[in-house]
Design a binder for this molecule. Structure first.
Ligand code: ADE
Length: 356
């Protein structure tokens, strides 16, 4: 059975960027045990997503007062913003155990049936990348979510019988980076649907300070703010950068992180003031220099910079779109005047001449 235990984060079947992946938000092998150690366990220690936290607190309190299980919840938003972490916090606040898996691990009917049948009353089942669930698994999930039973068939052709197997009442928490790819019937079965937002620099600085405390890393406020500014609104990236900067501080200085140490170290990693890495900059420069600012199709961009188009869409684009450096149009991707300025091009018309 493909159950991933409570204290594991899945890495399988995730998109991965090969080059300079330090500012890419998808889970990497090195993040696994690290994230488990620093993961907040309660709403009090979970920083950011304040609107979402407020509504969830009420939902949880009401469910507890009614002595009912929580409604099924769907979280969507870019990777690295803490969907799995939030599911863990909810389980902890509800006082119930959680089982964590991902849609690609539920390939065969017996995978999803096995998990559903192993659940305890009130338990939370977390399915990451739920938009990737196959049709058969989805159909098994519908009656399980709606009325807490499984339809099992036994026998063959004329002797086939359908057995209705009751399940314990459970809460499904689904997470996806692509809400639009979820089928309508599956989406409709979630009582509560929430979007996770990119973090502000102030929130990220708090996440960085909290992590530094746990890891016994000395960092001042300006050092935390400097790392936060280059973390693309994403706690997973912030937490990864603090380790890299801390390594640099130990090797080159006295181990303490201040603004100078943070900036120097991130410059060496080629992460710019917006948190863009070489791949992001190459992508934007390509659109400017070869396609006069766009629009240009995603497949053309992918082929030209040697990345796969899904990696670009899932990993690079959400932040570039959010900070206005890239725009999506029906005819392809284009850059904005801000992109020209950020990359040091004088004007749109003199874009053939990069200042770098
Ligand atoms: N580490 C990762 N995400 C976090 C969050 N939202 N709050 C506190 N620590 C975190």
């Amino acid at each position: 059975m493909s159950i991933i235990s409570d204290d594991e984060i899945l890495t399988e079947d995730k998109v991965s960027t090969k080059k300079n992946p330090v500012v890419k938000p998808e889970v990497e092998d090195g993040d696994k045990s690290f994230e488990i150690n620093i993961r907040p366990k309660s709403f009090d220690s979970y920083i950011g997503q304040s609107a979402l936290k407020s509504t969830l607190k009420i939902t949880i309190e009401a469910a507890k007062k009614r002595e009912k299980t929580l409604d099924h919840l769907l979280f969507y938003g870019p990777p690295g913003l803490g969907k799995t972490t939030l599911a863990g916090v909810i389980a902890n606040e509800m006082g119930v155990p959680i089982k964590i898996t991902s849609a690609p691990a539920l390939e065969r009917p017996r995978d999803i049936i096995g998990i559903l049948m192993s659940l305890e009353e009130g338990q939370i089942l977390f399915i990451d990348e739920i938009h990737r669930l196959n049709k058969v698994a989805e159909e098994i999930l519908y009656p399980a979510m709606e009325d807490f039973y499984l339809d099992m068939t036994t026998g063959k052709s004329q002797t086939v019988k359908t057995l209705r197997v009751p399940l314990p009442k459970f809460t499904l928490i689904g997470a996806t980076t692509k809400a639009g790819e979820l089928s309508g019937p599956l989406r409709d079965r979630f009582g509560i649907i929430h979007r996770l937002e990119f973090y502000t620099n102030e929130e990220l600085a708090q996440v960085i300070k909290r992590t530094a405390d746990i890891l016994d890393i000395k960092i001042d406020s300006k050092g935390a703010a400097a790392i936060a500014r280059r973390s693309r609104g994403t706690p997973r990236i912030a937490n990864r950068l603090i380790k890299r900067v801390s390594d640099y501080a130990i090797v080159k200085y006295d181990g303490k992180i201040n603004e100078t140490v943070a900036n120097e170290s991130l410059d060496i990693l080629k992460i710019d003031e917006f948190g863009l890495d070489t791949t992001d900059r190459n992508l934007l420069k390509l659109i400017i220099e070869k396609y006069d600012g766009g629009p240009v199709g995603i497949e053309t961009i992918a082929a030209a910079i040697g990345e796969d188009s899904r990696t670009i869409e899932d990993v690079c684009e959400p932040f570039l779109l959010q900070c206005g450096l890239l725009q999506r149009t029906p005819r392809g991707r284009k850059v904005s005047p801000q992109t020209y300025r950020h990359l040091g091009y004088k004007t749109q018309s003199s874009s053939q001449q990069s200042l770098f």
